[in-house]
Ligand binder design. Structure first.
Ligand SMILES: NC(=O)c1ccc[n+]([C@@H]2O[C@H](COP(=O)([O-])OP(=O)(O)OC[C@H]3O[C@@H](n4cnc5c(N)ncnc54)[C@H](OP(=O)(O)O)[C@@H]3O)[C@@H](O)[C@H]2O)c1
Length: 245
């Protein structure tokens, strides 16, 4: 199913990653203007989508995030929604991961989601309309043994989404999470390489792994008006999780 986002304006962080990029193209295909941000931007990546505006932003730096939001305000004077999809890789056994590994994940994903949400939320409250989607992850309820930092942050992000949904629902702002399971991407390959126990032969009840486009479709739904009564929740895109043997 396709939703129309004609002339709407969305900000996607982590936009040059696998899931962020699929989300950007999904929204742009549906007529949206999309601010596509990450630390490193490639002007050619979305060259086929004239409504996509690449913007270099470091979500680990609050000044960078606030400057980006000011830029969006100035350029579009409109923002309909925000998708936060940043992370850095920190895969490995618990005993091998350092404070620095944990800190980088917290800064890129947990605080890296908090900062753009905090920057955009006042506008959404003021206009009594806005949709926020955070990409968390299935690890938030079932942490793989090589992925404790990311999984812990996913759980925190899901809880934050639940709290924000209830806190700002009365202001017309919806806040939800999409929790992907294994999705075919460089990140998925990196995680598989760092596995600390045998991978099951079949990862998911439905045939998987999924694709970035599967995640983008869920994001599009949660941003759409069809999700007008949905907030504070987490939508799994995980092929049903590991199957029973
Ligand atoms: N792929 C999967 O199988 C899977 C499964 C479950 C959950 N997830 C979650 O889904 C989200 C997206 O995953 P993905 O596979 O698309 O990851 P990805 O390909 O590694 O992309 C992550 C993006 O985050 C950006 N980023 C990292 N640190 C940043 C910072 N400080 N400031 C701004 N941008 C930053 C990266 O770009 P720069 O380096 O240029 O900044 C990159 O664009 C992540 O939160 C991940 O944990 C993914």
């Amino acid at each position: 199913m396709g939703w129309s986002f004609a002339d709407r304006v969305y900000w996607v962080t982590g936009a040059f990653g696998a899931l962020g990029a699929a989300t950007v193209t999904r929204l742009a295909d549906a007529g949206a203007h999309v601010i596509a941000s990450s630390r490193h931007v490639d002007d050619k990546r979305f060259a086929d989508f004239p409504r996509v505006v690449p913007l270099a932003v470091d979500v680990a730096d609050d000044d960078s995030v606030r400057a980006a939001f000011a830029h969006i305000e100035e350029r579009f004077d409109r923002l309909d929604g925000l998708v936060v999809s940043t992370n850095v890789a920190a895969f490995g056994d618990f005993l091998d991961l350092t404070d620095d590994d944990w800190q980088r994940v917290i800064d890129a994903k947990l605080l890296g989601s908090v900062r753009p949400i905090r920057a955009a939320l006042p506008r959404f409250i003021e206009q009594a309309r806005g949709a926020i989607v955070a990409i968390s992850g299935r690890g938030g309820i079932a942490p793989p043994p090589n992925h404790f930092p990311g999984s812990s942050v996913n759980a925190a992000l899901d809880l934050l989404v639940q709290g924000l949904g209830r806190r700002y629902g009365p202001h017309g702002v919806r806040v939800n999470a999409v929790a992907p399971g294994p999705i075919r991407s460089p990140r998925f390959d990196a995680m598989a390489t760092a596995q600390v126990e045998d991978e099951p032969t079949r990862l998911t009840a439905l045939d998987g792994p999924g694709t970035p486009e599967d995640v983008a479709a869920a994001v599009a739904y949660l941003l759409s008006d069809d999700a007008r009564f949905v907030t504070g929740t987490r939508l799994y895109v995980d092929g049903g999780g590991p199957p029973y043997a």
